[in-house]
Design a protein around this ligand. Structure first.
Ligand code: FO1
Length: 308
């Protein structure tokens, strides 16, 4: 079993490559739920949905989130009535949030619902929320403390980030499937996807028990830098690193995961910055072939580290 830790778009794309090159059932994608929130009375799980839609090949490729061939009539109608429409829920996407919210209210867990949705969308790998407990990312900025989606979508990440808080994390436990994997001999490698290390991966690492597990694990663990030539492919990783007074280099990413990883994959644009245990390759995932190639390279890197 290979475990991939993932957030939204970048993580989902590599997870898709891994899902396609690994035999069915041999990948577990552990997904950030720190971006979850209740909006218009609905439970929205953006990162699990991005992974579900990407692995089922229903995702909109340009936006990176939501469904392809989507319309936004409900949001337009909501706007006409003076309702909140800054967070764009597509007409088809709404079905996911309605059904998830109904099932949560009926007592199902996020894990069960996510697994059911994955099966119904024809996904043959495991998709597991990091926790079934509520963990909410709060962004402390020069404009005060902001709930994650207010910072990310409503304010387009414009406020300067000072620190992050993962509210509820101290009382949270990893999801049942993750707890099982943390003591399983069947795990042969762990991959930290090229997701935002601060916004998408840190909430997973903050759950009690996760860091000690990664520090003590037998299987090799690698990360893939989300930076290409000192810039993020999508999203605010580079901006946040500058605000946190960090260099936007692979070394800063490796430092961030210090003690947790055995190797780092970095992009060829950053080859001058290669150091220590690094694999240099093309990390931009433009199409499915790129996703599969990077997935294969990550898996053979893990295999090399396993035999070292
Ligand atoms: N991102 C946006 O930039 N604007 C949106 O209106 C938006 C709506 C949205 C609806 C459902 C969903 O699952 C995701 C959505 N996202 C939107 C993406 C999401 O806010 C972020 O990409 C993640 O939370 C960060 O990984």
């Amino acid at each position: 079993m290979i475990i991939a830790l993932a957030g939204g778009v970048g993580g989902a794309r590599l997870a898709h490559g891994l899902a396609r090159v690994l035999p069915p059932g041999e990948l577990t994608v552990v997904v950030n739920t720190g971006d979850d929130f209740t909006h218009l009375g609905l439970h929205i799980s953006p990162d699990p949905d991005t992974v579900l839609y990407t692995l089922s090949e229903l995702a909109d490729q340009e936006r990176g989130w939501g469904l392809k061939d989507e319309s936004f009539h409900a949001m337009e109608a909501l706007g006409r009535l003076g309702g909140e429409n800054w967070f764009a829920l597509g007409d088809k996407d709404l079905a996911t949030h309605i059904e998830r919210t109904r099932r949560l209210a009926a007592g199902d867990t996020l894990s069960t619902i996510t697994a059911d949705f994955a099966a119904r969308l024809g996904i043959t790998q495991h998709i597991v929320p990091m926790s079934d407990d509520p963990i909410r990312t709060i962004v402390h900025t020069d404009q005060g403390a902001l709930p994650f989606q207010d910072y990310f979508v409503r304010l387009h990440c414009a406020p300067s980030l000072a620190s992050l808080e993962f509210a509820g994390v101290e009382e949270a436990t990893p999801s049942p499937a993750l707890i099982k994997l943390m003591t399983s001999d069947e795990v042969t490698g762990i991959i930290i996807c090229p997701s935002n290390p601060f916004l998408s991966i840190d909430p997973i690492l903050a759950i009690p028990g996760i860091r000690p597990w990664l520090q003590g694990r037998k299987a090799p663990c690698i990360a893939i830098s989300p930076l290409i030539g000192g810039k993020a492919v999508k999203g605010p990783a580079a901006k946040i690193m500058a605000e946190l007074k960090l260099d936007t280099t692979p070394r800063a990413i490796a430092q961030h995961y210090h003690g947790l990883i055995d190797g780092l994959i970095i992009d060829q644009a950053d080859s001058a910055e290669a150091f220590g245990e690094c694999l240099v390759t093309a990390t931009l995932m433009r199409d499915i072939a790129d996703r599969e190639r990077l997935a294969r390279e990550a898996l053979s890197y893990l295999e090399r580290l396993r035999q070292a």
